[in-house]
Design a protein around this ligand. Structure first.
Ligand code: PXL
Length: 270
């Protein structure tokens, strides 16, 4: 199984490719990478970070890959630095994804009700177009509201999911808060809305969405059903968050997912 991860490299603050590579490798899946940008840290809480857009390198990379005749069993896209990169991912899907492969889009663009620095309404519109081509989309609640054009935090999650299904048949929305719990809502193969609930931990945990998405993609690549992949990924992410709430003093540095990877793999392989 060979997955292409299209995401940024944030040198510090464990997210994007620095999460996806170890998680997919641990799953026993080959993870090839297409870095979209190189940042000194992620943008979630650090001041003065550097940002190098790698769009200019991508054309040459893809042209070289063409000469190798490579193709992928899955393509998983995360943080894309510009609208031009969204179009590149659409092209990658057409040119490099195997006919029976799957395409997962994590429409990384915001959290806590707002868009991240550098994103705007034009980007959201382009992201909708990418979601239309995906087998699965994995927005958090903020991203789901932007995609569905519903005010955050979406009083009616059934309406939210219905609007997302107009973009992609299998939306998986993370981070829906309910009292002391946090849940994931998704639409199964039969078109029925399902819910998977974990204990909520107060605070903002940067990179948690990338841990979830990477584990989900890894489990799907290992042949698990969507439902099992969601449960495995949610349990892994939730355990990493609970541990990090106690152990990681500065949450900007990301989750201690490494300490939970063995349990995740036991569940994946068990
Ligand atoms: O984890 C999401 C993410 C990925 N990449 C970059 C980010 C963020 C969230 O802030 O800044 C560069």
């Amino acid at each position: 199984m060979r997955v292409l991860a299209v995401n940024d490299i944030s040198c510090i603050g464990k997210c994007s490719l620095s999460v996806t590579l170890p998680v997919l490798s641990a799953c026993g899946v080959t993870c090839d990478v297409l870095p979209t940008a190189l940042l000194s840290t992620h943008t979630g809480g650090f001041e003065g970070y550097t940002f190098r857009d790698l769009t200019g390198d991508i054309e040459g990379i893809l042209a070289h890959w063409k000469t190798l005749g490579v193709s992928f069993d899955a393509v998983y896209s995360g943080y894309l630095g510009s609208e031009a990169q969204i179009e590149i991912v659409q092209k990658i899907k057409r040119d490099f994804l195997k006919k029976d492969g799957f395409f997962v889009v994590d429409p990384v663009m915001g959290d806590s009700g707002s868009l991240y620095a550098g994103f705007n309404d034009g980007y959201v519109e382009k992201m909708r177009a990418l979601c239309r081509e995906a087998d699965y989309i994995l927005p958090n609640l903020t991203e789901a509201c932007y995609l569905a054009d519903i005010p955050y935090p979406a009083a009616n999650t059934d309406e939210l999911l219905q609007k997302l299904r107009e973009l992609c048949a299998r939306p998986v929305v993370t981070g829906i808060l309910e009292k002391e719990n946090i849940s994931i809502r998704y639409t199964n193969k039969e078109g029925v809305t399902q819910k998977y609930t974990s204990e909520n931990v107060e605070g903002f945990f940067c990179g948690a969405g990338d841990v979830f998405a990477s584990a989900f993609v890894g489990a799907l690549a290992r042949g698990k059903s969507e439902e099992t992949a969601i449960r495995l990924a949610a349990d892994f992410t939730s355990a990493s968050i609970r541990r990090s709430a106690k152990e990681v003093a500065d949450k900007r540095y990301g989750l201690n997912f490494e300490a939970e990877i063995f349990t995740f793999l036991k569940n994946l392989n068990g």
